[in-house]
Design a protein around this ligand. Sequence first.
Ligand code: VGL
Ligand code: ZN
Length: 198
Amino acid sequence: MSDALIVIDLQKDFCPGGALAVAEGDLIVPGVNALMAEADLVILTQDWHPAGHSSFASSHPGAEVMSLTQMPYGPQVLWPDHCIQGSDGAAFHPDLTVDRADLIIRKGCNPAIDSYSAFFENDHQTATGLEGYLRTRGITRLTMVGLATDFCVNYSAVDAAKLGFAVTVRRDLCRGIDIDGSLAAAEAGMAEAGVTLA
Ligand code: VGL
Ligand code: ZN
């Protein structure tokens, strides 16, 4: 067994009605459940921010939601408050077959650094530990699905490819936020990094 399925941030806040809703985010749930049912190893990621997180516009007086700011680790989009630890919005979509998961990895817990990728925080240095988990389990091939294509799926897929995993992103089982062309840029960046877009 050398394949794993990684389901990125399929949480209420990223689905219609949520705090940072991705259009049609909920529509991928049945297809993701079907893929999970067949997969050898299933990993879920969960965006999991403390209240007052530095990626929230509300933590930067006067800053507009979806504006860009400069952080010590680089540019950062300022989001609406979302996926606050223990909140209803941080829960997985109610129809997702969460019981099927072998591992759930939470990210974005450090108040000072955002974490789009399942592998590294946005400083590109602080590891989440997922790489070690996959390597010790003998995993070499990853399929990724989830939300949002242009942020957490993109960063996770590119980091995984850089780490040497063979990565396929199922575009039909992802949905994007798409601010200022971020979706097209993400797809180009993933292809450039050697990610297979299926
Ligand atoms: C995400 C923005 C902020 C994502 C998470 O899951 O793509 N996007 N936090
Ligand atoms: Zn977040």
